[in-house]
Write a protein that binds this ligand. Structure first.
Ligand SMILES: [Zn+2]
Length: 283
């Protein structure tokens, strides 16, 4: 396999690229993987939103979401069933009738969707690190949404996991992953500094720079242009939709109304890891 190509997991499967022996033992148990992932997903989605909301403001994670955010009443287990409780309660706290954010339910559904997507595309043992990638990206995207921040405690393990997973597939992919992480970090840092020189303000956060290092670690350096392309297109499309829905005052980007770009980088990384880089017509 050439050093510079991350093929995407869908083509690892299609081209029957041999995975290391560990995957063969597990191949017969795929349906069990599937059920474990699908059962865990909504709870992990709920936890991801809890981490995203509380970690940056140093609130304890252990109590998770066992209290109403408004009246602090302790919720019964029946009020904590993912998605179902939110719908059954009409999106309101049963005790104080305060509106419960739909973001919890959206996070739970997204985590389940990521698990299904992963189970449909990913071969063998790669399903586990890929699910971990998806749920960590979900937590990062939610954190960027709530706080415009991407925490190192989620970003750095993602870099190391990406390198480890690629070395487990093959040495060539492992080396490409190391180069990818360095280019992702260096390239994004250079873009950030140039933007700051030209425009006199920050365009790309340091968290975005580290997320691009993580992207390089997972999908090698040749996948990075695709990640940036998908991130830019989805960011522009969402700005346009929010503007059309009158949820955004203007189409112009300003520091008063910043875009949580980490959400869109996360989408780009997820798609390129599963399906490979976009062929831009000259590859
Ligand atoms: Zn309440």
């Amino acid at each position: 396999m050439p050093l510079h190509l991350h093929p995407g997991l869908s083509s690892i499967q299609k081209n029957a690229i041999e995975l290391p022996a560990a995957s063969n033992d597990m191949e017969t148990g795929v349906p069990i993987h599937f059920w474990i992932l699908l059962t865990a997903a909504p709870f992990l989605g709920s936890f991801a939103d809890c981490v995203a909301q509380r970690l940056p403001v140093h609130r304890p994670l252990v109590a998770a979401r066992s209290q109403c955010d408004h009246c602090a009443v302790v919720l019964a287990p029946i009020e904590l069933v993912p998605v179902v409780s939110w719908i059954a309660l009409g999106g309101k706290c049963r005790h104080c009738l305060a509106r419960i954010s739909p973001v919890y339910a959206i996070a739970e559904l997204s985590a389940a969707a990521l698990a299904l997507w992963c189970a449909a595309v990913v071969p063998g043992w790669l399903i586990w690190p890929t699910a971990a990638l998806g749920w960590t990206l979900l937590a990062l995207a939610l954190m960027d949404f709530h706080h415009l921040l991407l925490a190192d405690i989620l970003l750095l393990p993602l870099v190391f996991l990406g390198i480890a997973v690629n070395f487990s597939i093959s040495e060539a992919l492992g080396l490409a992953s190391l180069i990818g992480a360095a280019i992702g970090f260096g390239g994004a840092f250079a873009i950030r500094e140039i933007y700051r020189l030209v425009r006199g303000r920050d365009g790309l956060g340091l968290g975005d720079v580290k997320l691009l290092a993580a992207a390089g670690a997972w999908i090698s350096w040749d996948g990075l242009p695709s990640v940036l392309f998908i991130a830019s297109v989805t960011a522009l499309a969402s700005c346009l939709i929010l503007w059309l829905l009158k949820l955004r005052p203007s189409l112009r980007l300003s520091s008063d109304d910043p875009v949580p770009f980490g959400i869109f980088l996360a989408i780009g990384l997820w798609i390129v890891w599963l399906h490979g880089p976009i062929r831009f017509g000259f590859a």
